[in-house]
Design a protein around this ligand. Structure first.
Ligand code: BES
Ligand code: ZN
Length: 604
């Protein structure tokens, strides 16, 4: 396999990996691991195929791994050495290759491995079996797989996972089936991924899982008690895959299945190839949050097929994905639904830019400098919403037909390759601008990519449906009673309404809202979140049991972190509340959520 041309370009250098892919590069990973729930460890081997010139050393990423031995395909020991420990990046593992082209690392993970969460039966829906899942993005997979953990270094992979016999094991790969394990209490599951993927996309889950087919190539895994609700919520998934293919070309991963995780899952969704991981908070009961599904599906093109070469190029994954998510929503559910979503995204972008210190803050650039920082720090609305706004502005400038043709071609030209921001610009110039100087100027490409804030002329998405919602919010804010009937509002409309209200309201007015909008029995997690933020801002005591319940019921960072942040800004009242809730909920959250909330609870 030739070393990807992208990897040798200077701006593809990944500051978050120790790998030296131009000296020696991992091309395939073969895992053979036993999951032990008692000790909370995965133990076994990772056999790596390596592309290298004679005499080179292989450098791998590891973090919190206990390495037992390293040998070649014939079982002969290879000499190896661990470097210094960096708290974010982990530790380089350097292996002297000699003539070896297959390196077998025998190792075990630590119970606190940041990518993994080992759940007790009580933390699952069924309550009977334990659960294990992994979350690799951005640089966490090195806590359970010793490989080159850099998004530009694509690897095919295969795995044998041995787990307690009562559990079903799933991975982001083709499942080859299960066989008897080494003891009668265990079973061994086999997987294989023949397309080269970025290593953050290798994912694992094991639990009491059932499966329901949704379409010819789509289905959903979930705990048995959740399966029915999941199948109802996601009925449209096959239609959505087909719609995306019509826009951007074939779905290239075979099956598209979904996995509903226990509530501790720290993200809304994670686009693991062939098997999107989803929070159960997406199960609103009325399909009102399927936009999240559209988002993760879109990553099958933007992210998994064409992948950010480094975490500074993260907007290439998320900005494209938010744009495509909108196009899928429009095609399957209509333009109004899609526009409301875009308008909510725009609102949250404006809030985020303010919170980041305004339109001149350096991290409001699309391509950001992450040197010496955790890539997590780039996880703001900028790559998502500014990225999408950028693509919408190009679409508006050249017309939808031309833009669609370019984007579809872009996926073909760069399929299964990493992409840098400058590679994207070069492609756009070569295949869309095509020397049209006046168009080149109008697109303001440098302005969008390398400067903070938004270009002056950026058009905000306009939702006609929100006009009456905004009028209702403004009237309520002016002290008039709510004369609309919020029972007829969609959840997007409720969110817009709540977010548009002034942050200071009297208890009487909050009580009126709560009754009229049935806010204490809201199922939709986005609406609950918007309501609880407003309630905290007013120290509105009657909503605090709901807040406690919400924070105890799930660990999705997007909800958990701002709510604790909001509490901490409310003086002694809020801090006391935050501490007492967090003392109880912290042990139930994934390391990703704990890491962020810890910073808020005890600032350095
Ligand atoms: N790939 C991301 C999640 C992610 C990003 C995890 C960076 C770790 C590091 C996923 O596709 C995503 O964006 N999820 C969003 C959903 C969404 C609809 C914007 C989330 O989890 O909220
Ligand atoms: Zn995403």
């Amino acid at each position: 396999m030739p070393v990807s041309a992208v990897l040798s370009s200077p701006d593809a250098r990944d500051v978050h990996s120790f790998a030296q892919p131009l000296s020696a590069r991992v091309t395939h990973v073969d895992l053979d691991l036993v999951a032990d729930f008692e000790s909370r460890t995965l133990a076994g081997t990772a056999a790596l195929d390596v592309d290298a010139a004679a005499g080179n050393a292989l450098t791998l990423d590891t973090r919190d791994l206990d390495i037992e031995s390293v040998h070649n395909a014939a079982g002969e020991a290879l000499s190896w050495q661990l470097g210094e420990v960096d708290p974010v990046l982990g530790t380089a593992l350097r292996v002297e290759l000699g003539a070896a082209r297959r390196v077998v690392v025998r190792y075990r993970t630590r119970p606190g491995a940041a990518a993994l969460q080992w759940l007790l039966p009580a933390q699952t829906a069924g309550g009977k079996e334990p659960f294990l899942y992994s979350q690799g993005q951005a640089i966490l997979n090195r806590t359970w797989i010793p490989t080159q953990d850099s998004p530009g270094i694509r690897q095919t992979w295969s795995a044998r996972i041995t787990a307690p016999a009562a559990l079903t094991v799933v991975m982001s790969a083709q499942m080859l089936g299960a066989e008897a394990g080494p003891t009668p209490q265990q079973r061994t599951w086999k997987f294989r991924m023949d397309e080269p993927v970025a290593p953050y996309l290798i994912a694992l889950a094991a639990g009491d899982l059932g499966f329901r087919e949704l379409g010819p190539r789509t289905g959903v895994y979930a705990e048995p008690s959740v399966l029915e609700a999941a199948a109802t919520e996601f009925v449209d998934v096959e239609k959505m895959v087909t719609a995306t293919e019509e826009l951007y070309g074939p779905y290239r991963w075979g099956r598209y299945d979904l996995l509903v995780l226990p509530p501790a899952f720290p993200f809304g969704g994670m686009e693991n190839p062939r098997l999107t991981f989803l929070t159960p908070t997406v199960l609103a009961g009325d399909r009102s949050l399927v936009t999240l599904l559209a988002h993760e599906l879109a990553h099958s093109w933007s992210g998994n097929l064409v992948t950010n070469a480094t975490w500074s190029d993260f907007w290439l994954n998320e900005g494209f994905t938010v744009y495509i998510e909108g196009r899928i929503m429009e095609r399957v559910f209509g333009v109004e639904t899609a526009t409301m979503q875009a308008a909510l995204g725009w609102d949250s972008l404006q809030e985020e830019i303010k919170a980041m210190g305004g339109a001149s803050a350096p991290d409001t650039r699309l391509h950001i400098d992450l040197g010496g920082r955790d890539p997590d720090e780039g996880l703001t609305d900028i790559p998502y919403e500014k990225g999408a706004a950028f693509l919408r502005s190009i679409e508006a400038a050249v017309g939808r037909e031309r833009f669609d043709a370019w984007l579809r071609g872009y996926f073909d030209r760069h399929a299964f390759q990493p992409q840098t921001t400058s590679g994207f610009l070069a492609d756009l110039r070569a295949n869309l601008v095509q020397g049209d100087a006046s168009l080149g100027q109008r697109l303001e490409l440098q302005r969008w990519v390398n400067e903070p804030g938004l270009p002056e002329a950026t058009a905000a998405p306009h939702s006609q449906a929100f006009v009456r919602i905004d009028a209702a919010a403004d009237a309520f804010a002016a002290g008039r009673p709510l004369d609309a009937d919020p029972a007829t509002w969609s959840s997007a409309e409720r969110v817009r309404f709540l977010n548009r209200l002034p942050r200071k309201l009297s208890s009487a007015r909050l009580a009126e809202l709560s009754t009229r909008m049935s806010l204490d029995t809201q199922h939709n997690s986005e609406v609950r979140f918007a309501w609880l933020r407003l309630a905290i801002a007013n120290r509105y005591q009657p909503a605090m049991p709901q807040l406690d319940e919400f924070l105890s019921s799930m660990g999705r960072r997007k909800f958990v972190l701002p709510l604790f942040q909001d509490l901490m800004e409310q003086g002694a009242w809020g801090r006391q509340m935050a501490r007492s809730i967090y003392a109880k909920t912290r042990p139930t959250y994934h390391a990703v959520t704990v890491g962020s909330v810890d910073k808020v609870m005890s600032p350095p």
